[in-house]
Design a protein around this ligand. Structure first.
Ligand code: ZN
Length: 451
């Protein structure tokens, strides 16, 4: 059996033990991130989001959401993440959780709920996605080349439709990034764990299922955006009832008594004022006309990240957080038809934690397999070549794929084994222009310095 078959068999084994009976304990699944990284990623991403949405400036309303949220987050199944609940002025019906604790609730969701237990149900469901680490678990399995571009997309935004775009990124790109389209099995798990958390906090878990079923039945031409990221797994009421049958008998009458007042205040909010609207990224159509070219200036400047530094061509920008960055000119980011952002040309820098601690060649090979897993178009064109980066053994692999500009894309993957995993850069460019970009990519590669 060759190595790729072994990796596939192992992955299949990991994924196939999913069946679970009501009441069985729920555990986080496969994940290449650490809990600390979940918290770090969530914190960085939440800071970006707060700049771009209309956080409701009403302490009493914020406290109302936090009071319910913290009551739920205090239950043992929520685990000990630094949970944080933020109510934002957005009339669409949605709520979303970032890895490691931050939860954002749209005012429209509170407006759509019939009672506090339904609102608590959404919060318990989101808490469960965090506790079960669904975001980074799916990101672990997804396309690691595009993850940083997704972060870039979140930073750039699209005028007037930031939240819609973030919701669509997971859907449109067919990848599951941090704000993700959860799988149906993840939805079932979040319902099951959410029901338990609600019950322990004194809320009727059935209200969660009722609310989600109400949203699903509304459907129509504009279904609630919540369903775009939290797909309906079906039979939610029955699933919650089966879970509840395994709980100790309890009374579910808890409520703060502030629901109706809060709902009235929300109904009177002005239209959302989204504080920071940044310019639209190049559309795919426009980008196709302006063929990407080499950096106009030969000048480079050093960019310092936490664990490394690198030179980038002047005029190129850095997008993303500590975990993964995209270095590209703005016109190197391409907006897809469904509102996502992908990298057309530039460099993506990240870290991969090999599943099996191994040498440079094996770890690099494993990363290539992982990249191909969700991007079947990627083909290895050049066998691995050894080189040195900052005095450490390094490897490059040539890959081809499909360019968002149309036609073939060339990728050069560069890897270096570091104490915290495999450091990697993917240099990306359309095949027809790659030769022009290559000198800049070479200089970037040679300029990498580790701390
Ligand atoms: Zn969900």
């Amino acid at each position: 059996m060759d190595r790729s078959s072994i990796v596939l068999v192992l992955l299949t084994l990991t994924l196939s033990c999913a069946s679970r009976d009501a009441g069985d304990p729920l555990q986080p699944g496969y994940n290449t991130f650490s809990k600390e990284q979940d918290i770090q990623i969530g914190k960085e991403y939440a800071a970006e989001i707060r700049k771009q949405v209309d956080v409701i400036d009403n302490p009493r309303l914020q406290e109302y959401i936090s009071t319910i949220g913290m009551r739920l987050a205090g239950q043992p199944q929520a685990d000990d993440y630094p949970y944080e609940f933020t109510l934002i002025n957005e009339p669409s019906i949605n709520a979303f959780a970032l890895p490691g604790g931050p939860i954002f609730v749209h005012s429209g969701l509170v407006d759509a709920a019939d009672n506090e237990a339904q609102l608590a149900g959404v919060l318990a469901h989101e808490i469960s996605h965090i506790a079960l680490r669904h975001g980074t678990s799916q990101a672990s399995k997804s396309q690691m080349i595009q993850l940083p571009a997704v972060l870039a997309g979140a930073v750039l935004g699209r005028r007037g439709d930031m939240l819609g775009q973030m919701g669509q990124l997971g859907v449109g790109l067919g990848l599951n990034a941090l704000i993700t389209k959860y799988s149906r099995s993840a939805e079932k798990q979040a319902d099951a764990l959410g029901a338990r958390i609600m019950a322990q906090a004194g809320y009727d878990p059935l209200q969660m299922a009722k609310f989600f079923e109400k949203l699903a039945s509304e459907g129509g031409p504009r279904p609630p955006t919540f369903l775009a990221t939290h797909p309906d797994p079906g039979n939610r009421t029955r699933l919650v009832q089966e879970e509840m049958a395994t709980f100790p008998a309890a009374e579910y009458g808890y409520a703060t008594g502030d629901f109706n007042r809060s709902k009235t205040v929300i109904a009177q909010l002005p239209p959302p004022n989204r504080p920071e609207q940044v310019e639209e990224v190049t559309t795919a159509a426009a980008a196709a006309n302006s063929s990407p070219s080499a950096p106009s200036s030969a000048a480079f400047e050093r960019f310092d990240a936490r664990t490394f530094s690198i030179e980038r061509p002047q005029g190129w920008e850095t997008f993303g957080g500590q975990q993964a960055v995209t270095i590209a000119p703005r016109e190197g980011l391409v907006q897809t038809r469904n509102g996502g952002v992908v990298i057309g040309y530039g460099a993506v820098i990240s870290r991969y934690e090999p599943r099996y601690r191994s040498d440079l060649l094996n770890a690099t090979w494993e990363l290539v397999q992982q990249l191909q897993e969700t991007n079947p178009n990627l083909q290895v064109t050049h066998a691995p070549q050894r080189r040195q980066i900052d005095g450490s053994p390094s490897m490059t692999v040539g890959l081809t794929g499909r360019s968002p500009y149309g036609g073939a894309e060339r990728n050069v993957l560069l890897t270096v084994v570091r104490p915290d995993g495999l450091f990697y850069i993917v240099f990306v460019g359309p095949d027809r222009n790659f030769d022009q970009l290559e000198p800049a990519f070479q200089q970037m590669a040679n300029s990498v310095r580790f701390r």
